[in-house]
Structures are given as C-alpha cells and as structure tokens.
Design a protein around this ligand. Sequence first.
Ligand code: ZN
Length: 181
Amino acid sequence: MLEIRSIRHCRSCGNKVRYEVPPDDNRERAVCSACRTIHYENPLNVVGTLPVWGEQVLLCKRNIEPRHGMWTLPAGFMEQGETTAEGALRETIEEAGAHVEMQGLYTLLNVTRVSQVHMYYRARLLDTDFAPGPETIEARLFREHEIPWEQLAFRTVRATLQFFFEDRQTGQFTLHCADIA
Ligand code: ZN
C-alpha cells in the first residue's frame, strides 16, 4: 500500500504533526502534537478533456513543471465546489483557450502510485481559435500519425489517446476504466 507522509505542520495551529493511528482508526494519520487535530489525506482528482476537431485532437505543450515542454491534453486538479465536468471545461479554457461542447466521460484512470484519479471527457471543438494561457506554450491540433507519442507528459494522456484512436475505428466511444501501473 502506498504510504505518503507529506504533512509536517498542523494546518490549525502550526505545531509539528506526528504520524500515528488515531483511536478507532486503522491507518496512520498526521496528528497534531499540540492541538490533536487529525489531518486526513485522500487521493486528488485530475480532470480534463479530449477536444476533437474532425480527424484531429487538441494537445497543449506544457509551460510549467513537471514535464515542461511536453504535450498533454488540457487537464488539472479539480477545484473545491465544482463538478468534474465543470473542472474539465475550466482547465480546457485556462490551458488552451478552446471553445468546446462537453460530451461524455471517456476515461477514468486510477494512478495509485501518486494517489490520483484522472478523468477525461470527450469534447467537441466549436472552432479552432485557441488562446493558450500562461501554463501553455502552444496549443495545436494533431492527426493520429502526428501525435508526439514520445513527448506526452503523462501516461493517462497516452492511455486516453490510445483508447480514442482504437474506438474511432468502430465509432463506439464508451467509458474506459483502467489502472495505470
Ligand atoms: Zn495543531
């Protein structure tokens, strides 16, 4: 099982935390040594889209670490108070300045190594007027044979693109759930 000990100081009072199993719990948590606040850590959701324009898909060249200069689908961490689809749309606007019509949830990918769940929605591009934000060097369309497979930023991006080009042969785009080792 994955063990992440990322918290050092209490978010309530600033004192040091210790990892211990609280009463009535069954795993170690960051517990404040002073005020005894328990800080729970849970997986993060990454949400994004697979924007499609005819035969082409939209990729963004990352202007931020990690994986600076590599290509990704528009995606990022979900924010408080938004739905997965709202987050995916927001990231698409922020990173690519793309105008899309959201379609169905397409991939749900567990990345247990880093305690994340990645969700990509299919999206239909309404035009090709992109306006990349500060996190993106370039946003452009790729045909299947142009995809920079060796320069993709994340394995979930690769998996989502692979599912898409497979499904396109039959025209049946159903939800794919997979675990990324
Ligand atoms: Zn505290």
